[in-house]
Design a protein around this ligand. Structure first.
Ligand code: FE2
Length: 377
């Protein structure tokens, strides 16, 4: 696998960090019933509930639950009022990711620099304050109806963000450590435009490119560019559909999501077998992998796994890939809502910074079996 050598920038600019992005602060999902979603993410995915805003805290327009597992933080928000924009969002997209919020040292400066570099403003910087202290927050639009909030802590020491009250409901962790990457699906012909957007606005560079020769099966194809910050701590792959004999899985997403949006959030863990065992026991469903994949695995990856590990990955349906830097183990859930839109990836990295290119074919054949069942292939 040679893809890691293709780290040149889209526009051949060196990696830089003009907004001084520190990390993904949280991912916010707009959902029909935040109370039930919080229960699902707590009981099935092991996210502990930390904080809450809603009617009881004086917030009349929406309810939000802030959840965390390791360093991965998610917010689940439902509208309480008819004119809340989440209603229109859900009518169009169903439940899905609204905000990939990023932590910066100075949200005011980051917002103005992002806008100067071509980002479309969503809202101007504002100070949000409560008895625990204050943060500065602003937001810009990205693909589809997704936004990037820019958040900087001023002197906030509370449970999540100003306005939230402590509402602790611990979960039994499944071992998730952090968000590894977040993938966006955009329309045919728009991938390069959005890759350039992340290059122009965030100073990201192209980490890897996959074209339809890498990612195609008999029926389906897609293209992908992985955009990354200079430290590789924030990675946003962008996919677009490519022409295959039948409908690309990306086109199915775009049809069912009524446009672009977040396709999957990858969650990093320390011991994928342990995490996947727990998730399976909790009822999470994963894409199935044919036995032939495991029969062919030793030839592809050599002896990097012990006999015991090989048996374990086969039993649990975990995919394995290797490159020059090391290897990785990954698995993909089925979509977590009725529309075939958002799903999750669980990934354990053992040196590899790649994305499992060697698994694409096996994986997509599995996705296509599901697509065929939905009558969308
Ligand atoms: Fe991924």
């Amino acid at each position: 696998m040679t893809v890691l050598s293709k780290t040149e920038s889209i526009k051949n600019t060196p990696a830089q960090n003009p907004l001084k992005l520190k990390r993904i602060h949280h991912v916010e999902l707009w959902v029909g019933n935040a109370k039930q979603s919080a229960f699902y993410y707590r009981k099935a995915f092991g996210f502990s509930q930390m904080a809450y805003v809603g009617l009881e805290t004086g917030e009349r327009s929406h309810t939000s639950y802030a959840m965390a597992e390791g360093k991965a933080q998610i917010v689940l928000t439902s509208p309480s009022e008819l004119d809340h924009p989440a209603n229109e969002f859900m009518k169009k997209h169903g439940d899905g990711v609204r905000d990939i919020a990023l932590e910066v040292p100075d949200a005011d400066a980051a917002f103005h620099e992002a806008v100067r570099r071509g980002a479309k403003p969503f809202y101007e910087p504002k100070i949000m304050k409560d008895e625990y202290g204050s943060v500065c927050r602003a937001a810009v639009h990205t693909y589809g109806d997704v936004i990037h909030s820019l958040i900087s802590n001023i002197d906030y020491k509370g449970p999540f963000l100003p306005g939230y009250k402590v509402a602790s409901a611990p979960a039994e962790s499944v071992g998730i450590l952090r968000i590894d990457h977040i993938v966006g699906n955009v329309e045919l012909g728009k991938m390069r435009l959005w890759a350039d957007w992340y290059s122009d606005v965030f100073g990201f560079t192209r980490f890897i490119t996959f074209d339809d020769k890498d990612i195609s099966t008999e029926y389906s194809a897609l293209m992908s560019i992985v955009m990354s910050d200079d430290s590789h701590s924030v990675k946003f792959p962008i996919n677009e559909p490519a022409n295959g004999r039948n409908k690309s899985q990306i086109q199915e997403y775009l049809d069912c999501n009524s446009g672009p949006g977040v396709q999957h959030v990858a969650l990093a863990c320390k011991d994928v077998a342990e995490t996947v065992s727990k998730l399976r026991a909790n009822g999470i469903e994963f894409l199935s992998v044919p036995a032939s994949y495991y029969d062919a695995l030793p030839e592809r990856i050599g002896d990097i796994l012990t006999a015991e590990e090989s048996q374990r990955v086969r039993e649990l349906g975990i995919l394995v890939d290797k490159d020059e830097e090391g290897h990785l183990l990954q698995i993909f859930t089925k979509p977590v809502e009725d529309r075939p839109t958002l799903f999750y990836e669980i990934i354990e990295r053992r040196g590899s910074r790649g994305f499992g290119k060697g698994n694409f074919k096996a994986l997509f054949e599995s996705i296509e079996r599901e697509q065929a069942l939905r009558g969308n292939l």
